[in-house]
Structure formats: C-alpha cells, structure tokens
Design a protein around this ligand. Structure first.
Ligand SMILES: [Zn+2]
Length: 317
C-alpha cells in the first residue's frame, strides 16, 4: 500500500476523455479512455466522464479515494465553471465541478484549464520540478501557456492568466482568430504555420515537404515540417527556426514582465528537435533585458501525453 495519497484524474479533450488513478508520486496506476462525444452536448460528455471514473474506481480497486482533479479545455473559473471550450458543443458555461460533486458525493473536485494542468504536471513531476518559477508554453494547434510562481499555478483573478498565444508581436501583423492582430498564435499556431509554409512553397521554395504529403500541399502540417527537418530538409528547418525565433519574442515579453528566466516548451512542434529549442532560447536571450540574460533557459517538457492526467492529479494532491 502506498503511503502517499492516491487520487482520480481526468484529462478532458475534444476527442477522448482519459481517466486515471494516480499516486502521490505521479505514477499512473491504472487508466482508461472513452470517446468524448463532443457534438452531443454537456450532459452526454459529463456522462462519459462519470463512466470513465467509475471504471477506474472499479478496476483500480483502491480504497479511500476522496479527490478528483480535472483538466478541461476553455477558461475555467475558481468555482470550476468551464467557459466556451473551442471543441465542445454547447459548453458556453458548464458548472463541471458541481455536476461531478453531485455524482460523486463526498469527493473533493477541482477543475482547471488544460494548459495550466500541463504546467502543473511539469512543475510537480517534470522538467519544472527543480524550478519554483517558470513559464510553461504549449505549442501545438494553438499556443497556450501557464505561469508557475512559487511552485503554484498563477491563475489571475478569473483563471485566464497565461494566454501567451495572444501576445501580439506586431500590431499590424496577421489577423488572429481572437480578433486582434499579430498574436504569436497567428504566426506559429498549427493552421497559420501550415498556411505560411504553403505560401512559401508556392512562391518557389525548394523542399522535400511536398513529397511527404504526396504533392497535396493542403495536407501540410507542422508535424511534417518536423519530419522533413529531421530528415535534413533545410527549408523546413528554416521555417521552424523562424517560428521558434518569433515564439522567443513573445516569451521574452513574459520574462521581462515577470522577472522569469526559465521557459518549458511542450506540444508537438517543440519535439521537432533541439534546433527549435535553441532558436527559441537564442531569441528569448536577445529580447530580454540585459540583467536577465545570463539565467535564460528554454527546456523541453518531459511529460508529453501523460501531462494531462498527471497535472489533473496534481490539482488535488
Ligand atoms: Zn490572438
């Protein structure tokens, strides 16, 4: 019997609901997943969460469970109300913590935004373990983040802190889907980065990238850029280095504002290779004030796909 507490964790995504039984030291003792069924509305999705949890409780056969941590997309307020997650239909405002407390009486239920949850996973169990302060950035479909201060997530007054993706690096830059211009996400978020890559190829750049997608440029995604770069394609490498350089500008703004030195980068694109992290780090160093420069470090997140469950567990551990 472990002496540390064991808790239930949920990683709610647009496609799957993952549930797990997680020990106090971050071991996932048992896990399962169910389809989210995002088009069927909140009641069905909450039903899937409940079913996944009940299965874990049964199969995990662990006595004295009393806490559930949940990572969810969208903005999550202090009361555990999930607001407008982009991939869940009909979720303008859903009181997820209350709904689950009713289904699991006596359990402590904590809900947090998924980027913040991934930051907590790195802080408690991953690359951020040795740092009490850092910025976590998740670079994938969009660009999100979480701020860890004094070993705790900084949520801001309404839970919306850490939206690094919407730091503008050019007020006349490309339009972002948030309504602003020049947001870093509008340069390096999956769709935007793919678009810009296709534009460059159409303008005559030489690359092995078109071969990777069978000549269909509409299929280009950052994951192929990463693949091509790793296989030695200098065009793809150049696109990712440029993207990393731009991300570094946005990160530097946070380092300067909060007097931070460390950033930890997660998400699919950051795994393309060390050269991306190096490009980010060089750019951050170039764009922060001189006194901050010596300590600047950009590290790769280590928790990958497990971050959702581990960070959710971290909410109640
Ligand atoms: Zn924006």
């Amino acid at each position: 019997m472990p002496t540390t507490p064991t808790v239930l964790a949920i990683d709610l995504g647009g496609t799957t609901v993952k549930a797990g039984l997680v020990s106090g030291v971050g071991d996932v003792l048992y896990q399962n997943k169910l389809p989210t069924l995002p088009d069927k509305g909140p009641d069905v999705v909450i039903g899937q969460i409940e079913a996944a949890l009940r299965d874990v409780m049964e199969k995990g056969a662990f006595p004295s469970l009393s806490a559930i941590g949940i990572g969810a997309p969208g903005v999550v307020d202090d009361a555990g109300v999930v607001k407008a997650p982009p991939n869940l239909k009909g979720w303008d405002e859903v009181h997820l913590a209350e709904e689950l407390s009713e289904r699991f009486p006596g359990f402590k239920v904590v809900v947090e935004n998924d980027a913040n949850v991934a930051a907590i996973a790195e802080s408690k169990f991953g690359a951020g373990k040795q740092f009490s302060e850092f910025l976590f950035v998740i670079w994938g479909t969009g660009v999100g983040g979480g701020i860890i201060l004094e070993n705790k997530i900084f949520r801001g007054p309404s839970g919306g802190a850490g939206e690094i993706g919407h730091i503008s690096i050019d007020h006349q830059g490309p339009a972002c889907n948030c309504g602003s211009r020049g947001c870093i996400e509008a340069y390096i978020g999956q769709r935007y980065l793919s678009q810009r890559t296709v534009e460059k190829l159409n303008a005559g750049a030489t690359s092995s990238l078109p071969d990777l997608v069978g000549g269909d440029l509409t299929k280009i995604e950052p994951v192929y850029l990463a693949q091509a770069a790793q296989a030695g394609d200098s065009f793809s490498k150049g696109v990712l280095v440029e993207a990393g350089t731009l991300l570094g500008v946005a990160i530097a703004a946070v380092m300067n504002t909060l007097d931070l030195r460390i950033s930890i980068i997660g998400g699919g694109v950051s795994a393309a290779g060390d050269f991306v992290l190096e490009a980010i780090e060089e750019s951050v160093r170039r764009h922060v004030l001189k006194p901050l420069r010596p300590g600047i470090r950009v590290l790769e997140a280590t928790q990958g796909n497990a971050a959702g469950l581990l960070g959710a567990a971290g909410l109640v551990l």
